[in-house]
Design a protein. Sequence first.
Length: 414
Amino acid sequence: MSIHNRSMPLARVRPLLSAAMLTVPFAAMAASPTTFVAADAADGDLFGTAVDVDGSRIAVGASSTDLERDDVGVVYLFDGTADGAEPVAMLQATDGELADGFGAAVAVSDDAVLVGAPGVLLSELNEGAAYLFERDGDAWSQVAKLRRETVGKNDMTGVAVALDDGVAVVGSPGADAAGTDSGVALIYERGESAWTKVATLTPEAAGERFGSAVAADRDRILVGASGNVRTKETTGSAYVFERGDNGWQQAARLTPSDGAGGDGFGDAVALTGDRALVGAHFADLGGSDEGAAYVFEQADGRWNEVAKLTAPKPADRDQFGHAVALAGGVALVGAPRFDHPGRDSGAVWAFTPGAEGWRLNTRLSPAASDTYDEFGSAVAAEEGMAVVGAPQDIPANADGEVVTGTVTLFPGVK
């Protein structure tokens, strides 16, 4: 089924003339990081809800931005450099409506951007959808709206998205395809003239919430299935799929060696080459919800857990592992509820592998970190660059208590 439709109206894309920026020092980086926010961001926009980076292109979701309706959501595109982030465009759906949450998830690859809108109402609440945009010259246009053929209430399609090398992945963790809340992941591929759905991936059982998080790297896909965290019945898992002559086939199911019910393992995933990183942000390490992240590597066709990453001083409700990213030899893990310097200020830690295993390399934090910023709610990485969202942050130059959210670009992370 082709879902590419050039005849549909162009998405409303407004060039951005400027962005409010402030440069902050950080001694561990090769160059100073930059904390920025869109020039037209307003109170409650949740700028930084989701972030992604490909090359120098940065995509930032602001899922509660008000347009003609409240909380419709937008995505901003920036060009990131060692000197900061230059605004490029703003993307929004052609059919945006109240509480769509457009920008709750975002992925960028080459000249394409995939945006999740899990609140989209098709016939019932929160069925969700995802939108594909492509660039032609300097203009970005919406080319497809991706959705399940048979939708259901609270499917939450688009709560997670991934995009790489002509492959688009859309998570729908509330779908009942294999039982209540089993979840599904929709796979699309870019042909010569269209994006076409090629597979619907499903888990092994009901209640897995398969599609809670997704990642893609060439001919491999990683799908998180965090399970029902509230009932604490399962730890959660992550499925590896590989593309071969017979299409997309399951290659492995990853679970933590010491997991417990309600860990939320699989609520955040990252993938690059033969390495996977899976967050378990509700994992208990002697207290409650300190969180952890697990590194898996593939060798000789088998995926093995090689490291368990934790914060230097885990504390209750830090939720370390809420967001994860991989690039080169660096693993980034966000803990948005970390309480330093203030309650829920948030933090991101960078880890690197060595002869004696994975070690903590540095902590990323903006100079203006403050209470309730939730820095680390979203993270993305490209070799030599990290991007971190703080959707509850008040910009340093804001006039009053204007909680727009911010994003910080860290160049030189290695």
